[in-house]
Design a protein around this ligand. Structure first.
Ligand SMILES: NC(=O)c1ccc[n+]([C@@H]2O[C@H](COP(=O)([O-])OP(=O)(O)OC[C@H]3O[C@@H](n4cnc5c(N)ncnc54)[C@H](OP(=O)(O)O)[C@@H]3O)[C@@H](O)[C@H]2O)c1
Length: 247
């Protein structure tokens, strides 16, 4: 089922930008959020050129009141993508990075999903895509907070899916591998099966249309992490400790 009123957080670059362009079409109303005005305005204009109506908002997902007000004012939406997220930056410091990642990737997702559920319940349903990561399948020494934050939203999203299915709210958890974006642009190591953001957005749209519980891609990365997880912890830790430390 395709729907026409869509909220995307983190729409000012990467996967969120590609999702905006993927869905932009005549008859679609997009509400796009981000913090960088110049990039967000540019993307909003590109979506308008494709025929969509667009409201673009500068909003920080860590601001609970701002997100609540925005979603109650602009909603209810047919589809919400809780996408905004960050990863670690080398050299930024362990404690600062850890708290920042949890604030955006956990509290930020929570601040997006809770008001979306509230408005969808009143409206008789909707669909929510929560962006997790293949990195959330197991704690990674190279990215403890990032992998934990993605595990949190995966488990929460799966539970919400079951909890609200009878209310017409379909929750899908999106678990990408490496995708070209501002996050991966900072990585100075080899990223297997790196895909373009537009390809990722297309796969996400297909998964949302099929209402998949988990939208995981690319399959090669999924297979690799499943095989790695079959290893005894001591071997898993030995191998993944070789990844460059991001936090
Ligand atoms: N790229 C990958 O390989 C990959 C893999 C798995 C999962 N993911 C997840 O995909 C999502 C999108 O990331 P991306 O890879 O597309 O990276 P990106 O290009 O850096 O995009 C991140 C987006 O999140 C926004 N954002 C960050 N902090 C925010 C905040 N406090 N408030 C509001 N917006 C904020 C950014 O907006 P501004 O720039 O305007 O601040 C930007 O639009 C993230 O949740 C990420 O963890 C990415």
């Amino acid at each position: 089922m395709e729907n026409n009123s869509i909220l995307i957080t983190g729409a000012s670059s990467g996967i969120g930008e590609a999702l905006a362009l993927e869905y932009a079409d005549f008859g679609t109303h997009l509400v796009l959020c981000g913090r960088n005005l110049a990039r967000l305005t540019h993307i909003a204009n590109s979506c308008r050129k494709k025929g969509a109506t667009v409201h673009d908002h500068i909003a920080d997902v860590t601001d609970k009141e701002a997100m609540n007000n925005l979603i109650h004012a602009e909603g209810p939406f047919n589809i919400v993508f809780a996408n905004a997220g960050i990863s670690g930056e080398r050299g930024a410091g362990f404690s600062k990075t850890t708290r920042k990642i949890f604030s955006v990737n956990v509290a930020g997702i929570t601040n997006t999903v809770i008001p979306s559920v509230e408005t969808m319940l009143k409206n008789g349903g909707g669909q929510i895509g929560i962006v997790s990561s293949i990195a959330g399948f197991r704690g990674l020494a190279s990215a403890p907070a990032y992998s934990a934050s993605k595990a949190f939203v995966k488990i929460w999203g799966e539970a919400l899916r079951s909890r609200f299915a009878s209310s017409g709210i379909r929750v899908c958890v999106i678990c990408p591998g490496f995708v070209e974006s501002r996050i991966t642009a900072n990585n100075d190591f080899y990223m297997p099966f790196l895909m373009t953001a537009s390809r990722a957005a297309h796969l996400i749209r297909q998964g949302m249309q099929r209402n998949k519980r988990l939208i995981i891609f690319p399959w090669q990365m999924y297979l690799a992490i499943k095989l790695l997880m079959l290893l005894p912890n001591i071997f898993f830790d030995y191998l993944t400790n070789k990844f460059p430390n991001k936090e």
